[in-house]
Design a protein around this ligand. Structure first.
Ligand code: ADP
Ligand code: SF4
Length: 689
């Protein structure tokens, strides 16, 4: 049963004319599905309703066709045709008593309008401020445009009501929403009654909210989402101005939704931001208004949540990522099952679904965005098939998730791990600078396995094919992982890097296993995710003089998708790492490396005592191949299936491994679907002609 300390989290609270059943507030978050995958997005929200959230929001919804953010896939409410998809979403959100919220976004200076080809409109003219520096400028809204825009907001509000939503969030945060563009002197340089003083810059928000209140305010709560600080210096909408704005407009919306800075700042990964990182910026704001306040901070600890409410800092606990990692977080607190919470690790893989316009995944919750596509529920597994047991070889994220999910299905599971501790790559990577929270991938699963009567875990148990064949398990799941290559094969080099002389070469595995270089060290990064940057940071901490070279124009290039590339670059500069971009490794020499320019091929030389090769990984397939070679012995050994999953199948990020483990567990003993698509999808309905 629930610990009474957490009772405060379950107190109802009004937001304008509607009442939230508790303080768990899923703030808007993208999912890479949006208008392309409406039922997948709706079901994902519906599962959160089941998980006990009091308030559930959509991702940003483009409320008018004159402002859209193609290629990013969010929701659209451009005309009545869009209502049915949103009605499905609202209905799923409300299915267990949550309030359904829609976030209306007019992207202004952030919307390049690639799809609609409309000229973007913004408070002041200027280049579109997107991630990709699009060569498009916005025109300044004139008075007629502002009148039109107010009407479009009212139309969108009426459509939102028709779709069944209870709440509307007006987006003015992260540099993405027009309310911020009006409020900030950086993006509002008007000289009329909408520009200049803070009162004038607030006018647009006041007018829109008044219009909407008149149109739908009797039944819908209206919230305004602003960033606590625009964090762009003096010109920006600073924390002090945010406070002045709220004080000046105390009761403007029915709730103040306080996000932070740019999206990178608001969704900072655990490598750079702690839980409740925004606390100092929020504190005291609630006293400036009579309306409730919600704020975010990657909250996963109920004690921190309670502190936020009891200290008068927040009224609602805003969560995006924690609600993705565990859609049942509120329910687990309510049922006194704190230790069952699957805590977000702050890796931002979920965000990459939006950034790559694919569909989101979550490292911790492999069912995210598969609730409708595959019918996967985060808390319930499909019934057990007709075999009885599984031997999982390897206890990395793939093996552990397979074991957890298999045990829930009812299989007897044995996990064999060659090393002395479970966790595979995560057991090692969690010790790297800034990555300790990633250990939750192991901790959560280790605890869950410990609670199950049908799982045995064996460490120091490196298995051979002979042993596997002698054990008598019906199913063998090979999750033996991968090792980093020392020969440099990755993207620049499809065959080993030429070696012209002797130089000590280290792989990430060497370093994680405690074999460290010393002196002048070059880290060569042709992997482009976090590992090169993290090792450069670690080695600088250990006193090495580190130069990081990469063929890319960015350090840790792919982390642009996890919103941490800028923070990584800043940290490396602060650590004294010398960064050399657009530069490859041509050959290894005695006493240094030969480099080549990514564009011209021009050769250079960097003297060093050691080279750290962050290239690609090679799957550890030895056991699998040995078993396959002896397939004719399987039947006598009682073996029905042998499968290879995770990094052993094909190396990828940790989220790919937990997904592979979960999928294996779901699909064991299920009918072969042949050539059929392994998930449901929606196809745009063709027009009549
Ligand atoms: P993944 O990301 O796919 O889960 P990891 O590399 O994290 O892969 O984990 C694989 C684990 O498998 C490692 O901890 C490794 O020690 C273990 N392992 C590899 N080969 C064997 C084997 N033959 N027997 C038992 N464990 C093994
Ligand atoms: Fe958290 Fe990572 Fe899952 Fe996103 S992908 S919710 S950051 S664990």
């Amino acid at each position: 049963m629930r610990d009474p300390r957490y009772d405060v989290l379950f107190q109802p609270m009004a937001i304008g004319p509607v009442v939230a059943k508790n303080r768990f507030y899923q703030v808007p978050h993208c999912n890479g599905g949006g208008y392309r995958d409406p039922s997948a997005a709706a079901e994902m929200r519906g599962v959160k309703a089941e998980g006990g959230w009091g308030v559930i929001f959509t991702e940003q919804t483009e409320m008018h066709h004159t402002s859209e953010i193609t290629p990013f896939i969010e929701l659209r409410l451009w005309e009545d045709q869009d209502i049915p998809a949103l009605r499905r979403m609202a209905a799923r959100m409300k299915s267990h008593g949550a309030l359904a919220g829609i976030q209306l976004a007019y992207s202004g200076i952030n919307g390049p309008n690639f799809y609609t080809k409309e000229v973007p409109l913004a408070p002041s003219a200027g280049p579109i401020r997107t991630f990709t520096n699009d060569p498009v400028q916005a025109r300044a809204l004139d008075k007629t445009d502002i009148r039109n825009l107010r009407r479009w907001f009212v139309n969108a509000a009426k459509r939102s009501k028709a779709a069944g939503f209870d709440l509307i969030c007006l987006y003015g945060a992260h540099g993405f929403g027009i309310f911020q563009h009006f409020l900030s002197r950086a993006t509002n340089q008007r000289t009329d009654e909408y520009g200049g003083s803070l009162e004038n810059r607030s006018r647009f928000a006041r007018e829109v909210i008044a219009d909407m209140r008149e149109a739908v305010g009797d039944t819908m709560g209206l919230t305004l989402r602003v960033s606590l600080d625009e964090t762009i210096g003096d010109m920006g909408f600073s924390n002090a101005e945010v406070r002045d704005f709220i004080e000046m407009n105390r009761d403007l919306p029915d709730l103040w939704d306080l996000a932070q800075g740019s999206w990178e700042e608001c969704s900072g990964p655990s490598r750079f931001k702690e839980e409740a990182a925004q606390e100092a910026l929020v504190r005291g704001i609630r006293e400036l208004t009579g309306k409730p306040v919600v704020g975010v901070g990657r909250f996963t600890s109920p004690d921190v949540m309670v502190r936020m409410i009891r200290s008068g800092t927040l009224d609602f606990i805003g969560c995006a990522r924690p609600s993705i990692a565990d859609p049942f977080l509120p329910k687990k607190i309510e049922e006194g099952r704190i230790e069952d919470i699957r805590e977000c690790i702050g890796c931002n893989i979920c965000i990459t679904g939006d950034m790559t316009q694919s569909i989101s995944r979550c490292t911790q919750n492999p069912t995210f965005m598969e609730e409708w596509r595959k019918g996967w529920h985060p808390e319930r597994m499909n019934p057990k098939g007709d075999s009885r047991n599984v031997l999982v070889v390897g206890s990395g994220p793939a093996g552990l998730e397979a074991a957890r999910a298999l045990s829930l299905r009812g299989y007897d599971v044995a996990v064999a791990e060659a090393r002395g501790t479970i966790g595979g790559r995560v057991a090692r990577e969690r010790l790297l600078p800034g990555l300790s929270a990633w250990g939750r991938v192991v901790d959560y699963r280790q605890y869950q396995l410990g609670q199950r009567p049908n799982v045995e875990t064996y460490v120091d148990s490196g298995l051979s094919a002979d042993e596997v064949l002698s054990f008598g398990f019906e199913n063998v799941c090979v999750a033996t992982g991968s090792r980093w290559r020392a020969d440099g094969v990755a993207r620049q080099h499809v065959v080993p890097v030429p070696v012209q002389g002797a130089l000590p070469v280290f792989t990430p595995d060497d370093i994680m296993e405690g074999r460290l270089p010393a002196g002048q060290v070059v880290v060569y990064d042709d992997d482009h995710y976090y590992m090169g940057g993290v090792l450069a940071e670690l080695l600088a901490q250990k006193g090495c003089a580190v130069t990081l070279i990469t063929t890319s124009a960015y350090v840790s290039d792919w982390t642009l998708n996890t919103l941490e590339q800028g923070a990584i670059h800043r940290r490396l500069v602060a650590a004294g790492v010398k960064i050399v971009l657009n530069t490859g490794l041509a050959s290894i020499r005695a006493g240094g490396i030969e480099t080549n320019c990514s564009y011209t091929g021009a050769r250079g030389h960097i003297g060093c005592d050691a080279l750290v090769m962050v290239a690609s990984r090679r799957s550890d397939t030895a056991l699998y191949e040995a078993l396959v070679a002896r397939q004719d012995e399987w039947a006598d050994a009682g073996i029905r299936s042998v499968r290879i999953i995770g990094d052993a199948c094909a190396p990828g990020p940790i989220a790919w491994a937990t997904y592979a483990g979960h999928r294996y567990a779901r699909e064991l003993d299920t009918p072969d679907i042949g050539d059929a698509l392994p998930f449901r999808r929606e196809v745009t309905a063709l027009a009549d002609s």
